[in-house]
Design a protein around this ligand. Structure first.
Ligand code: ADP
Ligand code: ZN
Ligand code: ZN
Length: 763
């Protein structure tokens, strides 16, 4: 439960000696409830008892320990949580100011949270009954079935699938098959049931694993490194001698992944485990196949699109004597148990999806991974890798906190793509735009398709149109629960709120003026797809965004189709920017850079630079140089030129100067304070008061309260304060004050139903 701290229970006599840290126990909680808890630590003495016993010295009253409840039952014979994991939970709870109960919720697959949540997967198998398990009886069975052709056919199929051959030694055959195998041959359950009723076959249930076995490892598939790559590899090794964390900054396609693979193999040779973190699953499909070819069954995959039961099995395998040696996973994989961790790789370290936004704990998996490494006695090293380091990381790497290794060349010296900037403001003015497309972009896409090459169009907005409005009075439909306009999804014929997910019917007329003409404004990926289909009817188009990739297989299909050339024009949101490696993409179009650049956040340019550089990196991977068409209304912004020149260091210098001037990270630590409540006036008053209380302690370090750009979500009004702490302050002291101030606020009766939380190192 989202409660702070741990609770004390006594161990009843019959369980003495069996309770240890990390096992799950059933405990009474509150008046009459029973919960599953995890033992955080055991002590010989009851802390409460000791405390009271001391007090007894001067008060003279005999303490009672009757309030301490007993553990009801122990659920595990051995711990499901290692000491390192518990300590990581505690660190996350302290650092991100989240109750440890919330950390537990994020960390444990739900099948491990309850004593009956996880069921082993079973499958129905079929075998011969003992009565029919001999050569003669088999012939009798076949005779009996002469007059039941469908049963006879099923029986013969069973015999051949289980490789029971008449005349062959029955002992040597594999004597059972799964019922599904037989069903797959076109037989029905009814037929099989009849054979069972006749006493010829019998069925039984057997536990089967959910984890697929990746086959034998093939280290011989590891590609030899080029001279430049080998040089970087050696530098990383050397850096590991001095620093716990090293940044590998290498342009897209420089072979960072090949270097990781060599490092992983090296850790495996030392009999150590590796954790390989990726931001999200768009990447995992390709990476999984790439790593599986080499590490086979030594590789385990762990991320949120896996079923809970699969995650429980991986967790338990990691605790067993035969764990996976390499874990490839998203954010939550930092919570897995490791026995002998030697290396942690955080790939695409700049990705903001490494930070959990909602719910708590609002932790950053990169920071958690670095902490995880320091908690392990095997002293694992951490390698952060990216083509576009986050400003914080690059700052740490250039000031000596982290090691730094850089790779400026693509593999085989293939050139980085040429980026051409198109001023769409000017073209709009001259009425030369075709919807969201400039003539140059259409020309280049047409040429690429004609040459049998592929193109990618990037638009960071899903849905059909971000707005519909009344042509007459300008009325715009908005969400009833959030302070945003609704996005039109035309294929579903509905309006959707992208903040709460609520859907609405598309109105046929304006409720304000009755006008029947409603027009769409702006472009989402769905509308781009529609228009592209009109312009290039012969193209094989697919779209990749949140709406088309709800399932794990949908992702894989879109990516595999494009990789294999079954589709040749891919439209997508930022999902397509994530490290995908395609061979035949010669043109990438960035339809509108301005939504990214104009985002009201101090990190807008940083995110825009990264996103556009990453998207550009998809162009021209093998063979020849790719082309990127970057459409913007502000071609003169310095950040556009930095993207065009692929000049990370110029970008970094200008951002750093700005951050210094206005005191933003890395020149301060940021904490956001969020207040939420159904009543806007209450949240307004409360945030003023909270601001006052914070200022009493922290003075001008407090900014706000402000209304965030979306000031109401899911019927809760929101206010935000920003705290800027200069380096060198004692953060754990500061956290104590922050906790206190929050408590004081919530103790006020008026504010008791308010949500107040802190977001540490927000993104
Ligand atoms: P990055 O991770 O830096 O984007 P990759 O490791 O994905 O780069 O390399 C880009 C492409 O070049 C991949 O297809 C990869 O297989 C190939 N490649 C890189 N280095 C080598 C190498 N040493 N030998 C063979 N192929 C390589
Ligand atoms: Zn109207
Ligand atoms: Zn909403």
């Amino acid at each position: 439960m989202p409660l702070d701290g741990t609770f004390t229970y006594s161990v009843p006599q019959q369980l003495e000696g069996q309770v240890q840290a990390g096992v799950r126990v059933l405990v009474p909680f509150g008046r009459s409830k029973t919960y599953v808890g995890i033992v955080a630590s055991t002590q010989g003495e009851c802390p409460l008892f000791e405390e009271r016993a001391q007090r007894q010295d001067y008060r003279g009253s005999v303490p009672s320990v009757s309030q301490i409840k007993s553990i009801i039952q122990i659920l595990d014979s051995s711990p499901i949580l290692t000491d390192c994991q518990l300590r990581l939970w505690q660190w996350i709870s302290d650092y991100y100011m989240s109750p440890i109960g919330d950390v537990m919720k994020a960390a444990l697959p739900s099948g491990l949270k309850a004593e009956d949540g996880y069921r082993p997967k079973t499958e129905t198998f079929i075998r011969l009954t003992p009565k029919f398990s001999s050569e003669q009886t088999l012939h009798i069975a076949l005779d009996i079935l002469q007059r039941a052709p469908s049963q006879q056919k099923a029986f013969i199929d069973f015999l051949s699938l289980s490789s029971i051959d008449q005349g062959q030694d029955l002992q040597a055959s594999c004597d059972s098959i799964s019922r599904d195998e037989l069903l797959n041959q076109g037989h029905t359950i009814a037929t099989i049931t009849s054979l069972v009723k006749r006493g010829i076959l019998e069925t039984y249930e057997q536990e089967v694993g959910r984890l697929n076995n990746g086959g034998d490892p093939h280290p011989e598939n590891i590609k030899p490194l080029s001279t430049t790559q080998q040089d970087a590899f050696n530098q990383i090794q050397f850096s590991f001698l001095k620093k716990n964390v090293t940044l590998l900054h290498g342009v897209t396609s420089s072979g960072k992944t090949e270097i990781y693979i060599h490092l992983i193999q090296q850790a495996l040779n030392r009999k150590q485990q590796v954790l390989y973190l990726l931001p999200e699953i768009a990447l995992t499909v390709q990476m999984m196949e790439r790593l599986q070819r080499i590490f086979g069954c030594r590789l385990g995959i762990y991320h949120s699109k896996y079923s809970d039961a699969e995650r429980v099995e991986i967790w338990q395998k990691q605790l067993s004597a035969h764990p996976y040696d390499v874990i490839l996973g998203a954010r939550s994989a930092v919570f897995l148990p490791f026995r002998n961790l030697g290396l942690v790789i955080v790939d695409e370290e700049h990705e903001t999806s490494f930070k959990q936004q909602d719910p708590a704990p609002r932790y950053h998996a990169r920071s958690a991974a670095i902490m995880l490494a320091t908690l392990h006695s095997s002293a694992p090293k951490v390698l952060l890798g990216t083509a576009t380091p986050s400003v914080e990381t690059y700052h740490n790497a250039t000031t000596g906190k982290y090691g730094l290794v850089e790779l400026f060349q693509r593999y085989k010296g293939i050139e980085l793509p040429e980026i051409q900037v198109v001023d769409i403001k000017d073209l709009q003015h001259r009425k030369m735009m075709n919807g969201p497309f400039s003539p140059l972009l259409l020309l280049k896409v047409r040429e690429a398709l004609a040459r049998g090459e592929q193109a990618i169009l990037f638009q960071n907005r899903r849905g059909y149109a971000p707005l519909i409005e009344c042509k007459q009075c300008g009325w715009v439909p908005r969400c009833q629960h959030c302070d945003v306009s609704l996005t039109l999804h035309r294929s579903l014929n509905q309006l959707t709120c992208h903040y709460c997910g609520y859907t609405y019917q598309v109105p046929t007329e304006c409720p304000a003026c009755g006008c029947k003409e409603l027009q769409t404004r702006g472009y989402g990926t769905e509308k781009i797809e529609d228009q592209v289909r009109d312009i290039f009817p012969e193209a094989r188009i697919s779209r990749m965004d949140l709406d088309t990739t709800r399932t794990r297989h949908a992702y894989e299909r879109i990516i595999n189709d494009f990789s294999a050339g079954r589709t040749n024009l891919l439209i997508g949101t930022q999902m397509i920017s994530k490290g995908l490696d395609f061979d035949r993409v010669s043109v990438v179009g960035i339809l509108n850079a301005d939504t990214m650049l104009n985002y009201p956040d101090f990190r807008a340019y940083e995110h825009a630079f990264m996103m556009m550089s990453q998207v550009s990196g998809r162009a021209g991977r093998k063979g020849h140089r790719g082309l990127v068409i970057l459409q913007t209304k502000s071609p003169d912004l310095p950040v556009i030129q930095q993207i065009v020149d692929n000049d990370y260091s110029a970008f970094f210098r200008s951002v750093l100067a700005e951050r210094h001037q206005f005191r933003y990270p890395p020149y301060c630590r940021l904490v956001y304070v969020f207040l939420k409540h159904r009543s806007d006036s209450l949240v307004a008053t409360a945030s003023q008061e909270m601001g006052g209380r914070l200022r009493q302690w922290f003075g001008t370090r407090v900014l706000g309260p402000d209304r965030p750009s979306v000031a109401k979500v899911k019927s809760l009004s929101i206010r935000q304060l920003m705290l800027k702490f200069e380096p060198g302050l004692n953060m754990s002291e500061l956290r104590r004050y922050l906790t206190l101030i929050r408590q004081q606020m919530l103790q006020d009766k008026r504010y008791s139903s308010l949500q107040i939380y802190y977001d540490i190192d927000p993104l």
